[in-house]
Ligand binder design. Sequence first.
Ligand code: 13P
Length: 253
Amino acid sequence: MRKPFIAGNWKMHNGIRETKEFFARFLGMYLDSSEVDVAIAPVFTAIEAAKNACKGRRVYIGAQNMHMEDKGAFTGEIAPGMLKELDVDFVILGHSERRHIFGETNNTIALKLKKAVLEGLLPIFCVGETLQERENEKTETILREQLDTAFNNLDAKEVSRVIVAYEPVWAIGTGETATPRIAGDAHIFIRNRIKELYNAVAAEDMRILYGGSVKPANARELLSVPDIDGALIGGASLQPDSFAEIIKISLEG
Ligand code: 13P
């Protein structure tokens, strides 16, 4: 059985003060449960405040990106070791905003993924097609390229330390959610590809999250799809009550 993983990606929202305010409210509503993994990725500058707020509670705190080198002349970047100093639990890699706004390629993301695994940082590795790619029936080709390039350098043991997030680009921040059928089909495709690249156990164990306009109103139907193992949530993770509600829904199944 795969334990649900419910993660908030705060993107460029919530500084230190707002992070403290969020957790003051959220931790009052959220009852720690060993049946679900709950995670938040704040901006870099608020990670420490989030870690402090969640001391002794079952909430993982992570980063939204990292560089693959240990140090060097990479203005504006952050190294894995620097994140580890903050004791982060996971790192989001290959988010579509990193790919499309900041030009990250499948190859760079593959290097970051390998580095995160070697450093013991749990990666949430994002894949997903654009609207145009879906309309041109390229969804599976795109997902295969993203998965194959990223996993090219990982063995079966390493891949067991990765979480995949399927985030169709057309559903991110648009209010348009993939139907459970569309999301479920993509998740099955991803799981089958992992089976082809590795083995049945790796595929069966892999947690695959859905992301793209997840909110309390649609979380139940999405999370009840057998191959959807959790959610990566943008907008709805900024409100303590809606994030707590989605966590509650994930425990129903
Ligand atoms: P929204 O939930 O705001 O659509 O964002 C999804 C996302 O990109 C999470 O990483």
